[in-house]
Design a protein around this ligand. Sequence first.
Ligand code: CIR
Length: 254
Amino acid sequence: MFSNAIVRVPGKSLIHGLSDSKNLGLPNYDNAIIQHKSYIDALKSCGLKVNVLEPCEEYPDSTFIEDVALVTSECVIITRPGAPTRRNEVNQIDFLLREEFTNVEVIEAPGTIEAGDIMMVGSHYYIGLSERTNIQGAEQTIKLLNKYGLTGSTVDLKDVLHLKTGLSYLENNKLVICGEFKSDPTFSQFDFIEVPTQESYAANCIWVNDSVIVPLGYPLTKEKISNAGFSVIEVDVSEYKKLDGGLSCLSLRY
Ligand code: CIR
């Protein structure tokens, strides 16, 4: 169960965020703020205390706060983002996490890792090797996890930005899965909730205390998750989709 979340309100510089989805246009700032508030409300409705950080104009992608730290039950790992424009975002969160947690570890060069590439399943962490996360970053992370009695393993990515772009673990062995991962033997032991290709964006959803928050506008996936026994909450995050960001990226949950 989670008790807390940290989010960062987007700054007006959001429109300069990284994007491979330029065909969707630039995000509208006012809508992004409205959607961010709805996201916070959804987290609160799942029982979380939400720490809302001020916008950080210097880093356009800093609202995607998930990528800069991995918060586990035993330790915090400050990542080293692979995107050069995002690398120093970690300085905006490091001090805050050190105030709250004692076991704070840091990924060192030449390792790179963004926590959107890390999926927690109990005490095991799957780590996607992507354009943002390299083998050194993954190996350092696994070593740190081992130090605290946790485990990790790597997964090769082909098409997606981050591991959790195409996968979300919903507890009770249920895995929301899409695209390239469906045929990956790494995940064959899970009960699949398959996301149809046309709804691939909805593969990034978040389990929060027996509810699942899904993006608004993906009815087939919503129905499948609901049929799997979860209470489903929809949140419109269409402005963040324009920057390749999904629901998980917008918070640290612990
Ligand atoms: C980026 O490309 O870094 C941001 N525009 C989107 C980050 C999405 N984060 C995530 O999937 N964990």
